[in-house]
Design a protein around this ligand. Structure first.
Ligand code: GLA
Length: 702
C-alpha cells in the first residue's frame, strides 16, 4: 500500500522510501519522517510536539509543518501568505479532512481551512512508487464573497531529518555556459535560488540534491527534487537555529500577487522530490526514469539524428542553400533536416520578422513545400524553428498590435536582441498564435519544431490586465502551456524541442510539452562535456540534443566531437559544404555507429563515472535496463605530461556475469570490470566509445 493512514497520521511509501506526516497535539500538520522505508507502520515517528524555548520560540515556530502559512509567532519561511479583504494578512490553517481518492496513481489529499475566513487549501501528494518520488502541489479556493490576495503560494516544503548538517548541490550558469554543478554546505539562514526572468532561466535550475556532505555518485543518502514550472520560481533552503533544514519550492513570490476572486481556485505547479541511499547517480537515474515514464508525452520514443542549419547558414537560408545541405546530410545518414531561424517573412537579420510566421517569399518564392518535398524525397523528415512568444518592432504583427507586448505604458520598451515579448497571458495573443502556427503546421509536412525564446523580461506590465498586473508572471506561463499544449494536441506526430537561447528553459514543466531540450548554444565539445554533465543531474540523455559543429579549436578531432554528441540525442550542426568528402564519410560512419547504440544512450541507465567538470579525464556509461549491454564513453582534454590516467571502474553490470569490453581482450566478470576497473590510454583531446556486452547470464564454472 503506497499510502496508508496510521493512528498518528499518514505514511507514503515508495519502493524504497517512507514519508510520514500527521497532526500534532496543537493541531498542526507536521512532518514526521522522510528516508529509507521502515519495516512496520509503527516504526514511523509520531508528529513532533516541541515545547517552547523561552518566550522567543514558541511551539509553532519549532514545529516542522508540512505547509506552513504565515501566522502565529512564526518566522521561518512560510509557504503561504495571504491578504484578506478586511486587511488581515495572516492565515490560520486548521485540518479539515483527508482523502485517498481512487485513481491510477495513489494520492493523498489533505484539506485545511482558515479558522475564520472562507479559505480552503488542499495539499496534494502523489506517490510515484517505482521511482521513489513524491509529487506535491496545492490548490487554494476562495469560498467567500470577497477577493483574497495571494502573495505567496509555494508548491511544497520538504523537510530533512532534523539535527544534521547538510550540503546543497545545485546548478548555476549563464547563456552559453549552463549547468555548472555546485556543492556547498547549507549554513544557518536562508539560501535562495530563483528566477525572475519569466523563464526558468540559464542562471539557476530548480533542481536540488541535499546530502550530509559525504554522498558520492554511487552511495550515500540524497534527498533531491525540482519544480515543474517554466517561469519565475524560487527555492528557499533554510536552516533554523534549531537544526531543522527544509527546502521550500514553488512559483516565485517576487513581484507576484494573485487576486483570488469569490468561488475561484488556484493550483500551484508540482514539486517532485525523492530520497535515495544510492548517491547522486541513483538520484539522477530515478529522475530520468520518472521523466521518461511519467512526464514526457512519449518518453520511450527514440530521437532521430538531425541536421540543423543554423551554424552553417544563419539567416541566409533559401531553397538552394538548404537543398545543398539537405543532400549532403541525407548522404551521411541524417534522418531529420531542420531549418533554424531565417525562413519567415522578412527575416534577413535579427532586427525584423519575429511574429510573422509565414515563409519569406524572396527566399522561398514557392513556399516551403518544394524544399520539404526534396527533403522527404531524400528520405529525411523536415523540421522548423519558431520563436512564438516574441515580436520584432519591425514586423506586421507589432504594427498591428503594439499593445500585445509586455510593457509599462509610461516606460520605454527595452529591447533584447531587437525584440519584445508578447504577453502570453492574454487570450487574444494565445488565440492568434494558435491560429497562425496551427495553419503553418497544417499546411506543411513538418515533423519537428524547435521552439525558441531569446530574451528575458523587462517592464513587466500589463495595463489592461483582468486582475492584478502581477498575475502576469503566472498567466504568461499558463498561456504558454495552453498554446503549446493545443498545438501539440492538434499535431500529435510532431517532436518538439524547448530552447531558450540554449538551456534557458529546461525544467520539468516544459517536458510535459517538449520532447527534448537544447541545453546550450555552446557546441564547443570540451565545454559541452561539462554542460552535459550538469544537465544529466536531472534530465535523461534522450532529452539532451547535442550537435557536432565546427565550433572550438580546429585541432579537436571529428571523433571527439562525435563522441560528445553521441552521449545524448545526436545532431549535426556543422557547415557540411565546408566538410570535405573524407570528413563527411567519417561522419557517416559515426552516425551509423550512433544508431546502433541509440537505445542504450537514450533509454539506458546513466552512470557518471568521472566528472568532466572536475577532471580532464572523464567517463560516462549507459547500461541497458536488463544489463545485457552497455556503452562507455571516455574523454581526455588537456592534461600536462607526464600523465597517468587512472582506471575506469564500470558500473551497473551483473557482478556474476561475464562481459566483453570492445577493444580489450578477454571477458571478465561484471564484478571485475566494476571493482578492478579497466585502463584506457588516451592522448590529449582523444576520446573513445566502447560497447560492452554480456556473454552469458552467469560466469561459467572455472
Ligand atoms: C537562439 C538559439 C540558437 C538559434 C538562434 C537563432 O540563440 O539558441 O540555437 O536557434 O537562436 O536565432
Amino acid at each position: 500500500m503506497p499510502i496508508f493512514a496510521t493512528p498518528q497520521g499518514w505514511v507514503l511509501e515508495t519502493a524504497n522510501t517512507g514519508y510520514a506526516l500527521g497532526l500534532n497535539a496543537a493541531g498542526l500538520l507536521a512532518h514526521c519522517y522522510w528516508g529509507p522505508r521502515l519495516t512496520t507502520a509503527a516504526d514511523y515517528p509520531p508528529p513532533p510536539n516541541p515545547p517552547a524555548w523561552g518566550s522567543f520560540n514558541n511551539p509553532a515556530q519549532l514545529t516542522p509543518e508540512e505547509y506552513p502559512g504565515y501566522a502565529d509567532i512564526k518566522f521561518s519561511e512560510p509557504c503561504l501568505k495571504l491578504s484578506f479583504a478586511d486587511g488581515v494578512r495572516d492565515v490560520v490553517l486548521r485540518f479539515e479532512s483527508a482523502a485517498m481518492p481512487d485513481g491510477d496513481r495513489p494520492e493523498l489529499h489533505i484539506t485545511l481551512r482558515d479558522a475564520v475566513y472562507p479559505f480552503r487549501l488542499t495539499l496534494h501528494y502523489r506517490v510515484h512508487a517505482a521511482y521513489d518520488l513524491i509529487e506535491r502541489w496545492v490548490t487554494a479556493v476562495n469560498e467567500g464573497p470577497t477577493p483574497i490576495m495571494i502573495e505567496r503560494i509555494w508548491s511544497a516544503q520538504w523537510h530533512l531529518p532534523p539535527g544534521d548538517s547538510y550540503r546543497l548541490s545545485h546548478l548555476t550558469g549563464r547563456f552559453m555556459d549552463e549547468f555548472h554543478l555546485r556543492r556547498e554546505p547549507l549554513g544557518h539562514g536562508v539560501k535562495v535560488l530563483e528566477s525572475r526572468r519569466i523563464t526558468s532561466s540559464h542562471h539557476h535550475n530548480s533542481w536540488f540534491a541535499v546530502d550530509r556532505g559525504h554522498a558520492d555518485e554511487d552511495s550515500g543518502a540524497v534527498w533531491f527534487g525540482a519544480c515543474a514550472w517554466s517561469g519565475n520560481w524560487k527555492l528557499a533552503a533554510e536552516v533554523t537555529d534549531f537544526a531543522s533544514t527544509r527546502l521550500s519550492l514553488g512559483i516565485n513570490d517576487w513581484d507576484f500577487a494573485w487576486r483570488l476572486k469569490p468561488g475561484e481556485s488556484f493550483s500551484t505547479p508540482a514539486s517532485c522530490a525523492g530520497f535515495t541511499g544510492d548517491g547522486f547517480g541513483g538520484a539522477s537515474r530515478r529522475m530520468h526514469d520518472y521523466i521518461r515514464d511519467g512526464v514526457l508525452p512519449h518518453g520511450r520514443q527514440l530521437h532521430q539524428v538531425l541536421y540543423n542549419s543554423w551554424e552553417a547558414t544563419e539567416f541566409a537560408v533559401d531553397e538552394p542553400s538548404q537543398t545543398r545541405l539537405a543532400e549532403l546530410a541525407a548522404a551521411m545518414g541524417i534522418e531529420l533536416f531542420v531549418i533554424d531561424d531565417g525562413w519567415f517573412h522578412r527575416r534577413n537579420h535579427d532586427r525584423a520578422g519575429l511574429g510573422d510566421w509565414w515563409p519569406d517569399t524572396q527566399k522561398f518564392p514557392n513556399g516551403l513545400q518544394p524544399l520539404i518535398a526534396k527533403v522527404t524525397a531524400l528520405g529525411m523528415q523536415f523540421g522548423l524553428w519558431i520563436e512564438p512568444e516574441m515580436v520584432n518592432p519591425d514586423s506586421d504583427l507589432y504594427r498591428a498590435h503594439p499593445d500585445w507586448v509586455i510593457h509599462f505604458p509610461t516606460r520605454a520598451r527595452t529591447e533584447g536582441r531587437n525584440q519584445l515579448i508578447l504577453n502570453m497571458g492574454r487570450p487574444d495573443v494565445q488565440d492568434y498564435l494558435i491560429a497562425k502556427l496551427d495553419r503553418l503546421l497544417a499546411e506543411h509536412t513538418i515533423s519537428f519544431i524547435k521552439w525558441d525564446m531569446n530574451r528575458n523580461v523587462s517592464e513587466p506590465g500589463w495595463p489592461d490586465a483582468p486582475g492584478d498586473q502581477r498575475e502576469l508572471w503566472v498567466r504568461y506561463v499558463q498561456g504558454l502551456y495552453r498554446v503549446w499544449g493545443t498545438l501539440r494536441e492538434r499535431h500529435r506526430h510532431i517532436v518538439w524541442q524547448s530552447c531558450s537561447g540554449g538551456g534557458g528553459r529546461a525544467d520539468l514543466g516544459i517536458l510535459h510539452y517538449a520532447d527534448q531540450i537544447w541545453p546550450s548554444d555552446n557546441t564547443e565539445p570540451a565545454a559541452r562535456l561539462a554542460i552535459q554533465e550538469g544537465f544529466s543531474q536531472l534530465f535523461p540523455a534522450g532529452t539532451m540534443e547535442s550537435w557536432v559543429t565546427d565550433m572550438g579549436p580546429q585541432h579537436l578531432s571529428l571523433a571527439f566531437r562525435f563522441h560528445v554528441g553521441m552521449c545524448g540525442a545526436l545532431g549535426i550542426g556543422g557547415h557540411l559544404e565546408h566538410w570535405d568528402a573524407a570528413r563527411r564519410a567519417e561522419a557517416a560512419e559515426w552516425i551509423a555507429r550512433y544508431k546502433t547504440i541509440r537505445p542504450l544512450v537514450q533509454l539506458g541507465d546513466c552512470y557518471r563515472l568521472r566528472s568532466p567538470q572536475q577532471h580532464a579525464f572523464s567517463a560516462l556509461q549507459y547500461v541497458a535496463k536488463d544489463r545485457s549491454e552497455a556503452v562507455l564513453f571516455a574523454f581526455r582534454t588537456h592534461i600536462p605530461a607526464p600523465a597517468i590516467l587512472p582506471p575506469i571502474y564500470l558500473r551497473g553490470l551483473d557482478p556474476d556475469a561475464p562481459y566483453e569490453v570492445e577493444g580489450i581482450a578477454g571477458a571478465r566478470s561484471g564484478r571485475a570490470w566494476m571493482h578492478a576497473g579497466l585502463s584506457i590510454a588516451l592522448a590529449d583531446f582523444e576520446s573513445t566509445v566502447r560497447r560492452i556486452r554480456r556473454l552469458y547470464r552467469t560466469m561459467p564454472a572455472a
